[in-house]
Design a protein around this ligand. Structure first.
Ligand SMILES: Cc1cc2nc3c(=O)[nH]c(=O)nc-3n(C[C@H](O)[C@H](O)[C@H](O)COP(=O)(O)O)c2cc1C
Ligand code: SF4
Length: 529
């Protein structure tokens, strides 16, 4: 074959993200490669990350002078006709047009996920061409104290759930006296309907590596660890491959290079620790116990991990999205980041739309969008075509919101003001076939199964909660048992050592408050049905 000019080379993209792999992306990629070979057309097949539009996976993209054109829901069987259309310049029924113009993507404000789905996740050249390592370069230029100041001024708050200001956490660890500090990335991602952490690891892993390196140098930590659940094998593989490349390029290790390619004399090592998948191991102190090789049980606080964390040393633990948001804050500046958002919720949030929705996936936008806009406009209403009845926000410990609260803006304080939480940004939608009594029971059962057993309100309370809700379901002493459930919830809320027992009451009580008809005595429920 004669050497082809760049314009002759056909560039195709097939995601290697788990969401695409689950629906046959590997078979599609193999079929495309052999079809292009048979056609004798020089081609480049990029295994990109996901754009986050799950209903279109596997989304095959083709580079054209006008931009990347997409084909949605491609199967291996579609490939012969698809390749004929691509090579012949004709239309195809799976054509979804220019990908960047699909409304779900076009209306996002992507900062943290700006490269995801666009670049080859394992190509360091691609990463740098698309703005990668500019944040680290800036951080090295301004030094540790100003880096922390930038993170503080950006208004970045933890994306793992608690929403604690990241800059304050970093400053606390930097100021703690110690011969060793650690940065730990929490990639346990146990919340129902969430996948943002995984998407970064599979779609833009250098972004996490850069963010952790910035954190490490800012707090003077030489060791970083990424704690990933074992249910994420592809993410582990991709991140490990990216870490290996970063070591080869001297972007990790004993003498990290700066933008000029010259050694800075600064050290930062990074390794992956794989957890067994207990929900409570996402809680920062049990995560530390797990890394230390112990049973994942919650530690009493104080001491805070920033003072006494991993092996008793000052440790910054941040959620993966928090850390992956740092490079863009440094490269674009704190003010540019904090210009997005509302109130004390600054910047953008990768909201993960899941459950019974027409358009599910990752939607990164500035804080302030309402829940109704997310569910009805962005998500397109239910996939089943039935009425939306309830939306659980913030994972299994998050409250259920009825339509009456759809005017709630996506904002830490606004959600808290309505007894809810935004957590890690997961939204799970249910249609009118949902039974909220069963959902309430599920919350208690989940807490009972996942409880680390350290404190009584959670360990015993959750089991009693299941039993009492079962009595309600059987129509036994309904009014009295609902009072008991309420009392139990209050005890768990205020008496639990951590947020597992402390927040499990939120889905239960929100279900009881907003959907009382589902908790009516059994004969009434039968009559209503
Ligand atoms: C039961 C429980 C599970 C948690 N799971 C996660 C998790 O999967 N990922 C995460 O980042 N934070 C999780 N958290 C929150 C962490 O304890 C901690 O607040 C967070 O990692 C801090 O990072 P951030 O400040 O960047 O949010 C969990 C908390 C609790 C109580
Ligand atoms: S609330 Fe539950 S998970 Fe948290 S410390 Fe107590 S028993 Fe453990």
């Amino acid at each position: 074959m004669s050497e082809a000019s760049a314009a002759d080379i056909l560039t195709l993209y097939v995601p290697r993200d788990s969401a695409a792999l689950a629906v046959g992306a590997d078979d599609v990629a193999a079929a495309i490669a052999s079809a292009a070979q048979r056609a004798g057309r020089p081609f480049r097949l990029v295994r990109n990350g996901s754009r986050g539009m799950h209903w279109l996976e596997p989304l095959v993209e083709v580079a054209t002078p006008a931009g990347r054109v997409g084909y949605g829901g491609v199967t291996a069987e579609d490939v012969p006709s698809l390749m004929a259309a691509i090579l012949g310049g004709t239309s195809h029924m799976l054509d979804v047009g220019l990908v960047e113009e699909i409304p779900f993507l076009a209306r996002q404000q992507r900062l943290t996920f700006r490269r995801c789905g666009i670049t080859d996740p394992l190509s360091i050249e691609d990463y740098c061409t698309h703005g990668g390592y500019q944040g680290l370069a800036r951080s090295l230029e301004i030094g540790a104290a100003d880096t922390i100041e930038q993170v503080l001024r950006s208004g970045l708050r933890g994306r793992g759930g608690a929403g604690f200001p990241t800059g304050i956490k970093w400053r606390g660890a930097a100021m703690a006296k110690a011969d060793q500090r650690y940065v730990v990335c929490n990639a346990d991602e146990g919340d129902s309907g969430t996948f943002a952490d995984r998407m970064v690891m599979e779609g833009d892993p250098f972004c996490l590596i850069e963010g952790m390196t910035i954190a490490g140098l800012a707090i003077d930590a030489t060791i970083g660890m990424v704690y990933i659940r074992s249910e994420y094998p592809h993410a582990i593989e991709m991140l490990q491959a990216a870490i290996d490349t970063a070591y080869r390029e001297r972007l990790l290790g004993e003498d990290i290079v700066g933008a000029d390619g010259v050694g800075t004399g600064r050290r930062f090592d990074l390794e992956i620790r794989v957890g067994a998948g207990a929900y409570v191991c996402g809680e920062e102190t049990s995560l530390l116990e797990s890394i230390e090789g112990k049973r994942g049980q919650v530690r009493a606080k104080p001491p805070l991990p920033v003072h006494e964390g991993l092996w008793g040393k000052p440790t910054v633990i941040n959620n993966l999205v928090t850390l992956a948001s740092v490079p863009v804050i440094l490269s674009e500046g704190a003010e540019a980041y904090r210009d997005f958002g509302m109130g004390r919720s600054r910047g953008t949030m990768p909201i993960q739309l899941a459950g019974n929705l027409k358009f599910t996936g990752l939607f990164e936008t500035a804080f302030g969008i309402t829940l109704g806009e997310l569910v009805d406009d962005v998500g397109g209403g239910t996939a089943s075509g039935r009425e939306v009845r309830a939306v659980q926000c913030g994972g299994p410990l998050g409250a259920y919101f009825p339509r009456a609260l759809f005017d709630t803006p996506f904002d830490y304080e606004a959600f808290a003001g309505r007894d809810g939480l935004i957590g890690h940004g997961g939204i799970v939608v249910f249609d009118d076939s949902v039974d909220m009594l069963k959902q309430a029971r599920f919350a208690m059962e989940f807490c009972a199964i996942e409880s680390c057993s350290k404190c009584t309100p959670c360990r015993i309370g959750s089991t009693r909660g299941v039993e009492t809700l079962d009595k309600v379901a059987r129509g036994e002493n309904v009014a009295a048992n609902l009072v008991l459930v309420h009392d139990l919830c209050e005890t768990m809320k205020y008496g639990s050592l951590c947020a597992l027992g402390g927040f499990a009451p939120y889905p239960v009580q929100s279900a009881m408050n907003h959907f009382p008809e589902d908790f009516a005595p059994a004969p009434l429920r039968v009559a209503a049905e």
